[in-house]
Design a protein around this ligand. Structure first.
Ligand code: B3K
Ligand code: ZN
Length: 860
């Protein structure tokens, strides 16, 4: 395989300051004429003009207006030998958007034409130096049949438009901001707009439009509010102002990713735009708000300052994820948002970091860049920059980002440029901190506390280890900032927080003035993305779960209490007495949380959540997923019985709260379904009735989906009735039918695997729509008991999917390899079956580069 190395970066030989693109749009034969003004790059190597292509055929090549024959194909690339310093190169190609099932480049989606160019889709449209360090001003002319494609959009500002007598019309768009080809976009089709306006901090009026299919415009209000709030927030918090007169968003149903930040023309998966109470859950509302903000924030972190090469992806993604997390924290409950973000990190990124696909946030090599849009680059990348905010404080961090934007505006920058700007602007020394960009793996921090009663001193002894990862057997110590508090047991208070910054393999820190040993609250707010091993007593955890004034630490204590118990149970370390004592402590802590009048329900909803099976599995090596599942379910059922009255009272109380988008009403909805989850484990028959009542009474999707989720795990007439009602009620709403697939595939029902097999044959199922594929199969791969069926049937099902999907959409197919790739940390019998599934994929005669890379790395 061809391996691209970060160390091999060379500046391009030629630059393209301007490009004119002419599209004669048609669903199956779109003609593209590209006119490139090329200039020799003084920093280049003097070589020929290399234009990347992917499956393209050049119909004509002209240089300075004259037909030109001194060009050749090198693989898929078109290479032109050019003398001198500057030329105009014109190339014609024809492409078939309907045949484009990969959804990369120009493709058709339900009669609409749209593009997705990041990372390397532009080369499927026309020949071009398709690399992010070539920045061009785009002028785009779109011509199409007016009846079929009444709306014609591209980046930047509309310049001119008109109609012809043959029924076609045309529009010219110009984007004054130089950008890399991955930010190019066009959309043509029958769409309607919801409009808004925003006045920027310097007083400019910006027109906003969200384009959707007719009928969907009633569901765009939340996205529009989120867009306006994002624009205001980025001015206030980062001093970033929008820079065009127009900001367009288009929502499409067929989309590989969540959304795309094309300059002035964001294209979204409908799932991150459309929301109303009847069809979208509270989680969906948060997803819309967060992704709208994320894509908008890219206008500065990604577009105005872009990436030099794709190894720098975290430069824009890590930073932009941090920005969207900060925004969402400011829009809602900051502690709850932090907990949710950490849960995502632990369930998606920690397993990546401990598996065969582990890579640093700035990778050193890749075969297919699409495989590096990962939780590591995005979420760990955000955590790394968040640590800079912890070290610098928010004011100095802002000075650093101001300097970054000032220094690199209009440039294609590197992660190193970012770190240097923060160093200079915030006045930090990040020399050793840079290891976070180099070393993969989740650092493990062990801590021991000793107390000397005579002197009143407390000593914390830390050890850090960064585990070996593929290609990185030996690691150096990291800089790890740990926000810490030492609680006085008697008063329940602490004397202020300390920032402990680890930077050696072993270190001790001493604190004075403690007559008795304090309770340790470490990594508050999850200030560093590490795994902490602090053997805390059950009493200390119960104390922190009830008293810690840091909301995250309180959640963490509750999680730890359950993790310690379940890990001991899975490892057969509990006799009957220890099991009973462990359960009693958990029930006591949980009961106190249910009863605590000072807690808001949104936060209560976090505190009562059991740690997920993926996170539990990370604590065990090798892990028997069936044991983890069984122990966790048994605990849940016991807690459902033990606290039965409290759960029922909670469900009743929350059911009386009317629908609203305020925190109190949202908290009530979250807890309502949580209560059902515990009760269902304890008393399936009675809870089926209660869940069906919630389903029938629901006036919003959060309650309806929550009830259906619980019912899906149970047997009986309520399950079947609710599933049938749900499908009939929402038959014409694709996003809701996705939920119908997901809930069944992710359910606790013992026959979930059979259900998935049957659903794959359902008339509503298709392999050509990524949302539908993910709805069924990602939910299944994340359903531990179904996926890890002891006979390997779950692994075989995913292998079959990958093989069937790969020729249609390799990018999406490759996403399903990681669940199989975890075999090395699974008990031997299942591990062998997982390996066999991977080997069966590897043996296929033709695989996409995407799947090939993931499978071969997973087998190494
Ligand atoms: N930048 C896009 C990701 C595109 C994925 C390409 N495989 C969305 C985002 O992160 O904002
Ligand atoms: Zn992004």
């Amino acid at each position: 395989p061809v391996v691209i190395q970060r160390a091999d970066y060379r500046p391009p030989a030629w630059l393209v300051p301007d490009i004119a693109l002419d599209f004669l749009l048609d669903l199956s034969a779109t003609q593209v004429t590209a006119t490139l003004d090329v200039e020799r790059n003084p920093a280049g190597d003097g070589g020929p003009l290399r234009l990347n292509g992917d499956g393209l055929v050049a119909q004509s090549v002209a240089v300075d207006g004259e037909p030109h024959s001194a060009w050749r194909m090198e693989g898929d690339d078109l290479v032109v030998d050019l003398p001198g310093e500057a030329h105009q190169v014109t190339i014609e190609t024809t492409i078939d958007p309907t045949a484009n099932t990969q959804l990369s480049g120009l493709y058709a989606s339900g009669g609409l034409l749209c593009t997705q160019c990041e990372a390397e889709g532009f080369r499927r449209i026309t020949f071009f130096p398709d690399r992010p360090d070539v920045l061009s001003r785009y002028t785009v002319t779109l011509t199409a049949d007016k009846a079929a494609f009444p709306v014609l959009l591209s980046n930047g500002n509309p310049m001119d438009s008109g109609e012809e007598e043959d029924g076609t019309h045309w529009a010219i768009w110009h984007d004054p901001w130089p950008k890399p080809s991955y930010l190019f976009a066009l959309v043509a089709g029958d769409l309607v707009a919801t409009r808004g306006t925003f006045t920027t901090m310097s007083g400019r009026e910006v027109e906003l439009a969200i384009w959707v299919r007719a009928g969907d415009e009633t569901r765009t209000g939340h996205a529009m509010r989120a867009l306006i709030a994002s624009m205001a927030w980025d001015e206030k918090v980062y001093g970033r102002e929008y820079d065009l007169d127009l900001f367009n968003i288009v929502a499409v149903s067929d989309f590989n990713a969540g959304a795309m930040e094309n300059k002035g023309l964001n294209i979204f998966n409908t799932r991150y735009i459309l929301a109303d109470p009847e069809t979208a859950t509270d989680g969906d509302y948060d997803g819309v708000e967060g992704v709208v903000a994320h894509e908008y924030f890219h206008n500065w972190s990604g577009n105005r300052v872009t990436c030099r090469d794709w190894f720098q992806l975290s430069l824009k993604e890590g930073f932009t994820v941090l920005r969207d997390q900060q925004f969402s924290a400011d829009m809602g409950s900051a502690p709850v948002k932090r907990i949710e973000d950490v849960r995502v990190l632990r369930s998606a990124q920690f397993p990546e970091d401990s598996g065969p696909l582990a890579h640093p946030i700035r990778p050193n090599s890749y075969q297919e860049i699409s495989n590096f849009y990962t939780a590591t680059v995005y979420n760990k990348g955000a955590e790394v920059i968040r640590m800079m905010t912890v070290l610098a404080g928010s004011e100095r961090f802002r000075a650093g980002t101001d300097l970054y934007f000032e220094r690199h505006d209009g440039e294609a920058a590197t992660c190193e440029d970012f770190v240097k700007a923060i160093e200079d602007g915030a006045g930090l020394d990040l020399a050793q901190f840079r290891r976070w960009y180099e070393q993969a793996g989740t650092p493990q921090v062990d801590v021991a506390m000793t107390h000397d009663a005579a002197s009143g001193s407390v000593t914390l002894a830390f050890k850090q280890t960064v585990p070996p990862t593929p290609g990185q057997p030996v690691k150096q110590p990291m800089v790890i900032p740990l926000r810490t508090a030492l609680f006085d047991r008697a008063s329940g208070a602490h004397g202020g927080e300390h920032l402990i910054v680890l930077n050696e393999a072993a270190q001790t820190f001493t604190f004075d003035g403690f007559a008795q040993a304090p309770v340790l609250s470490l990594n508050r707010g999850f200030s560093a993305p590490v795994a902490i091993n602090a053997p805390q007593s059950v009493d200390d955890l119960v104390f922190l779960a009830a008293h810690d004034d840091d909301a995250f630490a309180r959640y963490e204590a509750m999680q730890q209490l359950v993790v310690q118990h379940l890990v001991a149970a899975v490892e057969d370390r509990l006799d009957d007495a220890a099991r009973a004592a462990g359960r009693a402590a958990i029930a006591g802590a949980l009961g106190a949380i249910l009863a605590d009048p000072a807690l808001d329900d949104l936060m209560r909803g976090e505190l009562v959540m059991l740690p997920g099976e993926a996170y539990l599995a990370e604590q065990l090596n090798p892990v028997d997923p069936a044991r983890v599942h069984a122990e966790r379910e048994a605990l849940k059922a016991w807690l459902g019985t033990e606290l039965g009255d409290a759960w029922r009272a909670l469900h009743d109380r929350c059911s009386a709260v009317p629908y609203g988008l305020d925190a109190a009403a949202r908290g009530a909805r979250k807890l309502k379904t949580q209560a059902l989850v515990y009760l269902a484990a304890a008393d399936p028959a009675q809870t089926a009735l209660r869940a069906k009542a919630q389903y029938d009474a629901a006036d919003n999707m959060t309650d309806r989906q929550g009830a259906l989720m619980v019912l899906c795990g149970l047997d009986g007439p309520q399950r079947e009735a609710a599933l049938a009602d749900f499908h009939a009620r929402f038959a014409d709403n694709r996003l809701v039918i996705d939920k119908w697939f997901s809930l069944q595939a992710g359910s606790l029902h013992p026959k979930a695997l059979d259900h998935v097999r049957a659903l794959a044959q359902h008339p509503d199922f298709t392999l050509t729509n990524p949302n539908r594929v993910r709805a069924l199969y990602m939910a299944f791969a994340a359903n531990p008991q179904a996926f890890h069926a002891a006979d390997g049937a779950g692994y075989a099902l995913i292998a079959d999917l990958i093989l069937a999907l790969d020729p249609i959409n390799g990018n999406v197919a490759a996403r399903f390899v990681a669940p199989l790739g975890r075999w090395r940390r699974i008990e031997p019998q299942r591990a062998a079956l997982m390996r066999a599934a991977l080997e069966r994929i590897a043996a296929a005669p033709r695989l996409s580069r995407d799947v090939r890379e993931q499978v071969s790395k997973s087998l190494e």
